[in-house]
Ligand binder design. Structure first.
Ligand SMILES: *Cc1c(COP(=O)(O)O)cnc(C)c1O
Length: 236
């Protein structure tokens, strides 16, 4: 891939999102450096990722395995990109996820975690992982329930090729601002409970284009932003 020319639309959008993060952190009395921005590049071309890279972005999130692998192959020259897998994980797709991502945010079953652990290549560092919690108890959404979280955390924490870092959630899309805060607060409390039980977890992956301010106010350490960086997605 050729050295990308900076695309001002993406560079400006990134600057805007970064400013929102800084402002939200400041309002919460937090250091901006405590919130990491994951640029969600699903359905976007490799060229768009390269443009965000040229503007300084290094963390990228992908939802679909095949699409991600093709993009990673095109972007091999950008060796310091940190790839985050944030989509639903089917058990027949665990191997390429274990082999090609630094972070995996969407673990919600022990069986999937075990496969990722067994398939993580020995020459790579352990995968950094979050457990996805179905925080609003939506029947259609993936994620472990809060009731089942302790057992899953225990199992994953004992897997040597996975490093349990924290929790991830996607709250209901139609939440009011107050409901957004409530959902994010619930996830933060669940993280605190794990910490109280002795787990060395430090990551709250929560907040997207529409609710990153509420997420940062409630303690998010990773926001996953697609639309407000790359524009609306045309493909599903
Ligand atoms: C698509 C997606 C995002 C980004 O959503 P936007 O609203 O476009 O910012 C974040 N997290 C997950 C898990 C996603 O699937």
């Amino acid at each position: 891939m050729h050295k990308p020319v900076i695309n001002h639309t993406i560079a400006e959008a990134l600057a805007k999102v970064t400013a929102r993060i800084r402002q939200a952190a400041q309002a919460a009395g937090r250091n901006r450096e405590t919130v990491r921005l994951i640029a969600v590049s699903k359905t976007q071309a490799a060229a768009a990722v390269a443009q965000a890279y040229a503007a300084g972005q290094r963390d990228f999130g992908e939802n679909y395995v095949q699409e991600a692998l093709e993009k990673q192959a095109e972007l091999k020259a950008f060796a310091d990109i940190q790839w985050h897998f944030i989509g639903p994980i089917q058990s027949n797709k665990t191997r390429p996820i274990a082999e090609n991502f630094a972070w995996i945010h969407s673990i919600d079953r022990e069986k999937i975690a075990q496969r990722l652990n067994d398939q993580r290549p020995k020459e790579m560092p352990p995968a950094q992982v979050c457990l996805q919690v179905n925080i609003d108890d939506e029947s259609t959404k993936s994620g472990v329930s809060l009731n089942e979280l302790p057992a899953l955390a225990k199992a994953v924490s004992q897997m040597p090729r996975l490093q349990l870092r924290g929790l991830m959630a996607i709250p209901a899309a139609n939440n009011s601002p107050e409901q957004q805060h409530q959902a994010f607060r619930k996830l933060h409390n669940a993280l605190r409970e794990l910490q109280a039980q002795g787990y060395a977890v430090d990551t709250l992956s929560m907040g997207m284009s529409g609710d990153l301010e509420a997420a940062i106010a409630e303690g998010s350490t990773m926001v996953r932003v697609g639309t407000d960086i790359f524009g609306a997605r045309t493909k599903p």
